[in-house]
Design a protein around this ligand. Structure first.
Ligand code: ATR
Length: 274
């Protein structure tokens, strides 16, 4: 019998994860089934218990359950603990192990797919919510010169810097500011705010971008987001979040199956279908 996995969310009908994992399974010859699972808003834990009882081996977790998934995990990987959120669960030996592949997925997309190494680079991270929090450690692990976290509510960015203080290779590697304090250009600018969801853009000044800047929006859609359009008009190379989506799935697949799927042709195929 095939090993069973699913993605749990609410809503879930839009999720591309089943298609991505089906493609990975085909490419790697792994015998799995992967489904969508709609959990009631007040029934995430019961849903997970039901999956375990029915022999599922693991699950991805999406909006709005990533924090709850961290709460119900009986063990958390370091990167999930620091992210405070879980997007990948594995059910093994009576344990619910929580991991987070969103940040590693973003970093893989930047380093491998876009070909931009993060070592010694200056990175500007826009936003200080859950999405931003999940990418700080994976970026730090690549040895950037600096990560500056800019947020509309400055205090939230300050708290995030405090949270990661113990992980720093050298003081000053991580700092926070308001958007109005951004006074120089960066090698990489990541939009981790939820502004693109409402077709808005964070108030990042044009001088944050220059020729050679990579500007990445974690969101994706048929057309470039206002952030991507603005960054491109000021000389940046731009990228949306589709690569991050595929790479976070590849990382989850590797955790579950011990084999890392190829992502390049799938990413191209998905982009052509947007
Ligand atoms: P997520 O889990 O997607 O990160 P979140 O935790 O609610 O969602 O965080 C949303 C982030 O987007 C926050 O950093 C928020 O800024 P505030 O902390 O000031 O609320 C940011 N954000 C949302 N809309 C924005 C906008 N129009 N301009 C700038 N920042 C915005």
């Amino acid at each position: 019998m095939s090993d069973k996995y699913c993605v749990i969310g609410n809503p879930i009908a839009h999720s591309k994860s089943p298609d991505i994992h089906a493609a990975f399974a085909l490419e790697t010859g792994q015998d799995i089934v992967y489904e969508r699972c709609l959990a009631p808003l007040d029934g995430f834990a019961d849903t997970v218990r039901g999956l375990i009882a029915r022999g599922y081996r693991g699950a991805n977790v999406t909006v709005p359950f990533k924090l709850e998934a961290a709460d119900i995990a009986t063990r958390l990987e370091e990167r999930a603990r620091l992210a405070g959120a879980v997007n990948t669960l594995r059910f093994e030996d009576g344990e619910i192990v929580g991991d987070n592949t969103d940040g590693p997925g973003l970093v893989a997309d930047i380093v491998r797919n876009a070909g931009v190494p993060l070592a010694a680079k200056r990175v500007l991270l826009l936003g200080a919510g859950g999405a931003a929090r999940g990418v700080v450690l994976p970026i730090l692990q690549h040895g950037p010169a600096a990560i500056v976290i800019a947020n509309r509510t400055r205090a939230t960015a300050d708290a995030l810097v405090e949270h990661f203080a113990g992980q720093l290779a050298h003081p000053g590697q991580l700092s926070s500011c308001g958007f109005e304090d951004i006074g120089a250009s960066f090698d990489v600018v990541i939009n981790a705010t939820s502004a693109s969801l409402s077709s808005a853009m964070p108030p990042v000044p044009a001088l944050a971008f220059c020729q050679g800047t990579l500007a990445l929006d974690m969101m994706y859609g048929k057309t470039p987001s206002p952030f991507m359009q603005f960054a491109a008009s000021h000389g940046a190379a731009v990228r949306d979040g589709l690569g991050m989506l595929v790479e976070q799935a590849a990382e989850a697949f590797a955790i579950w199956r011990g084999v890392r799927p190829q992502t390049a042709s799938l990413l191209e195929q998905m982009r052509s279908k947007l």
